[in-house]
Design a protein around this ligand. Structure first.
Ligand code: ATP
Ligand code: MG
Length: 301
């Protein structure tokens, strides 16, 4: 498709972004900073001067090198961690702690093992004061949405990793948050389960009024899912770039071979793995040593 790389967008993609930006801002972050105190008393600047705003029903992915502050960022959005500076707003209102306007799904399996699937999903509703019978009825509807109604009476240990994460998504959505925060939710899954979960998530996202902030290490996953990708750089964690993904929707994995996907991937690689990366250079040096462990002339290729 001509004129459709990560900067110059083709018409359907331009129209999609115009529509997206016409919606109100759901979540905004201004000048966000976080300094941790290491055990030896040293200050660790995890995040510095982060500015970003997501629009209602946007799918925002956050990527960046390990340790750049992705989890810290999303935990601050969730109110599980306090910022050292800056402000987070949901629907224009500053937030300072956890709230039912934000749901969170973690990387690890965090369902309550002693509760059935149905009761896991109903848990937050009951916490919010919904009577048990009503909470279970609503939880049943969420289970139907994720296709697990027949597992309502099962316990978490009876489910596969992908199923557990589907229940975790239903549990996070049951209290009707405006924002769904996800920290590498599929990274423990095998490739096929991960692809299935991506498809589930997109189906859910299309059906309900939710804005998603999704952290991932996997650059292809980010391109497959996101409207925009917030790229962070490390030490301190700061915004490197905010990329509008030019890949048309609906998306398929076959698009990974297309020019828009490849151009976006090349840009992400350039931002996250710059050629002057010293660690990479060191690694390359180490692998030369390893290749010399085979006798000369005994090449396999
Ligand atoms: N509770 C803490 N106390 C001290 N330092 C912390 C704490 N939590 C995080 N850090 C530091 O803050 C920085 C960012 O950590 P964070 O876990 O947010 O990065 P990340 O991008 O999520 O990493 P990964 O890709 O490995 O998940 C790191 O240098 C980390 O060591
Ligand atoms: Mg992390």
């Amino acid at each position: 498709m001509e004129g459709c790389d990560y900067r110059t967008q083709c018409e359907p993609v331009r129209a999609r972004f115009a529509k997206l930006k016409g919606r109100e801002v759901a979540l905004s972050v201004e000048n966000l900073g976080k300094v941790f105190r290491a055990p030896d008393g040293r200050a660790v600047v995890a995040l510095k001067g982060i500015d970003v705003a997501t629009h209602r029903r946007e799918f925002l992915c956050v990527v960046g090198p390990s340790g750049c502050g992705k989890s810290t960022f999303v935990r601050i959005l969730a109110g599980l961690e306090t910022a050292t500076s800056g402000v987070v707003r949901v629907g224009g209102v500053p937030v300072s702690g956890p709230g039912s306007d934000r749901g969170m799904v973690f990387q690890g399996y965090t369902l309550f093992p002693w509760l059935t699937v149905l009761r896991n999903v109903a848990f937050g509703l009951e916490e919010n004061g919904t009577p048990r019978r009503e909470a279970e009825r609503e939880a049943g509807q969420w289970l139907a949405l994720i296709g697990l109604e027949s597992f309502a009476e099962s316990y978490p240990h009876q489910l596969s990793g992908g199923m557990k994460q589907r229940v975790a998504i239903a549990r996070a959505l049951a209290t009707r948050p405006r924002i769904l925060l996800m920290d590498e939710p599929f990274s423990a899954l095998d490739t096929q389960s991960r692809a299935r979960m991506q498809a589930y998530l997109i189906e859910i996202w299309k059906k309900i009024d939710i804005t998603i902030v999704f952290i991932t290490h996997d650059l292809d996953e980010a391109i497959h899912l996101a409207d925009r990708i917030l790229v962070l750089k490390a030490h301190p964690g700061a915004v490197a770039e905010l990329i509008e993904v030019p890949v048309p929707r609906p998306r398929s994995h076959a698009q990974a071979l297309g020019p828009e996907f490849r151009a976006t991937r090349a840009r992400l690689d350039a931002l996250i793995h710059p050629p002057e990366d010293e660690a990479e250079a060191e690694e390359a040096g180490a692998s030369t040593l390893v290749t010399r462990m085979t006798p000369a002339g005994d090449e396999v290729e």
